[in-house]
Design a protein around this ligand. Sequence first.
Ligand code: ZN
Ligand code: ZN
Length: 418
Amino acid sequence: MNKKKQVAAIKGTKDIFPQEARKWQFVESVAKGVFELYGYREIRTPIFEATELFEKGTGETSDIVIKEMYTFKDKGGRSLTLRPEYTPSVVRSIIENRLYLQSQPLRFYYIGPMFRYDKPQKGRYRQFHQMDIEVFGEKDAAVDAEIVEMADCLLRELKVFETETLINSVGCKKCRPSYLKELRSRAEKESERLCADCKRKITTNPLRIFDCKVETCREISSKFPQITGYLCQDCEEHFSQFRSYLEFYKIAYKIEPRLVRGIDYYTKTTFEVISSKLGAQDAILGGGRYDDMMKEFGGPDICGIGFAVGMERLISLIRFPEERENFLFLVYLGDEAKKEGIGLAWYLRREGVECLMEYKERSLKSQISRANKLGARWVLIVGEDEVKKGKYQLKNMETGLQKEVSQEEILKIIQEAM
Ligand SMILES: [Zn+2]
Ligand SMILES: [Zn+2]
C-alpha cells in the first residue's frame, strides 16, 4: 500500500478552530469598536519587510534582533523578515507614502500576526497575534494618559478585571546618557555576580538588565539607581502631567522603575497593564512613547506613542459564556419538503437570519439531534403536512417551546429574540 506522508503544522504555530475563532472575532470586534470610538482607523501593512527595517527599528542591541527574527532569503536573494513587531512597518509606511503631510496627529490601529523565532513554550508561539494602536504627532502628555485610559476601557468592555497599571519614564536623548553612565558603572561593580547575559548588556544596553528574570540579577538590579531620579526638566514635567491626567481619569497606577521594556527606542512614557492571573509573563498589554523613531528611520521629526496587546494572553483571560449560537437549523422530511426548505432557507438568509440546512437523508430525530450538537438556537421543522398548510414548526432549543408559524412569523420571532 502506498501510504502518503502526512504534513504537520510548523512547530510554534497553532490552528484556531471555529469555536475558538468565535472568541477571536468577538475580541477583535470589541477592540475595533473601542479604537474607533477614540478616532483610530485601521491600517494594514505587509507581513514581511526588508530585514534592515527591523534591525533599524528595534536597535541592534535588542534581543529580538539578536535571537528571534524570522529571517529568510527569497528567490531574488533579498533578505526578508516576518515582522516581529508592528511599529517599524507603520513608520516605514508613513514615511514612504508621506502620510505625515496629512493633518496630524495620525491615529492607527492594527490587528494581525507577528513572528518570533523563539523557543516554543506554553502560551508562547512563533506566530502570535497582536492588536496595536499608534498615535503620531502628538506631544502632549494628555495623549499618553488617553491611550492608557483607552486600554482600560477595552479591558472593561471585555470584562477583564483585577489588572494593575504600571508606569515609568525612561527619559530622552538629553537625560538618559548620564543615567546610563551611572548605571553602567554600578553594574560593572557587580558584574561578577550578574549572569552572562547581563554581563553582555552592561556594554550593549544596561537598561535591559532590569528585564532579566534571574533571581540574583533581579536582587542586584533592585539596588541600582533609578531613571526617574535623572530625568531632565522636560521629561520630568511630561511624566508629572501624565500622572495627573491618569488621576483625572481615576486610573490607579504604580510607578515601576524597572519598567524599561525590551525595545530600545522608547522615550519618556512606558507602561504595562498586568494581570496576576497570567503568572510570570504577566503583561496583557504594554507600550510607550518613541519620539525619535520617525527621524531615525529617515523621516521627519514626528513623535509617536502606542501600545500592543497580546491576543493569546488577552483571550486566555476572558470568560466566554457557554451560549447556543443564534442560528436556525432547518430539518425536513421528503422531497417536497426539501424543496420547500431550500426556498425557506434562501428567504431567511436574505432577511439576515443565519440558516443551516444539510442534504443527507436522515430521520427527523437524527436531524434534530444534529442541530442540538451544532448548538443551534432554533430548529425549523418542514414536513409534508407543513408544506400543504404553508405553516411550519419553529422550536426554540433553549426553552424547548414549539410553535406553528408562517414564513413571516419565523422572521418576526427570531428578530425579536436577537
Ligand atoms: Zn529628558
Ligand atoms: Zn541576568
